[in-house]
Design a protein around this ligand. Structure first.
Ligand SMILES: [Zn+2]
Ligand SMILES: [Zn+2]
Length: 111
């Protein structure tokens, strides 16, 4: 089978090729983007205590509550290194960036 004709053949639902795999991955909820592993988690707000409860349209509803912000946690594997990347040193070595101003016509300073 030629490569061009193969691409038009519909894949099986249980196909394990890379095209079908990426399709399945893209269809997953965006949550996985923020939790790259089971140790990393995004920051969230958690209610730790309800200080006052009142009846709102017949339903007991917390009116005043104490919230606690749980900071995000990034595991060691996903924490960016404190050191600059190796290629950053190359940028440092060439000195300060100098803006390149092209001069198309030479001019004489007047005054
Ligand atoms: Zn496939
Ligand atoms: Zn992680």
């Amino acid at each position: 089978m030629k490569q061009s004709s193969y691409r038009h053949v519909p894949h099986n639902p249980d196909c394990t090729c890379s095209v079908c795999w990426s399709k399945t991955e893209m269809a997953k909820p965006a949550r996985c983007l923020f939790t790259p592993c089971d140790q990393c988690r995004p920051a969230f707000v958690q209610r730790i205590r309800i200080l006052k409860v009142g009846k709102v349209s017949g339903i007991w509803t917390p009116l005043i509550s104490q919230w606690q912000v749980i900071p995000a946690y990034t595991c060691a594997k996903h924490t960016p290194s404190q050191r600059p990347q190796p290629f950053w040193r190359v940028v440092e070595n060439i000195g300060k960036p100098v803006p390149f101003v092209p001069i198309h016509e030479p001019f004489e300073l007047v005054g």
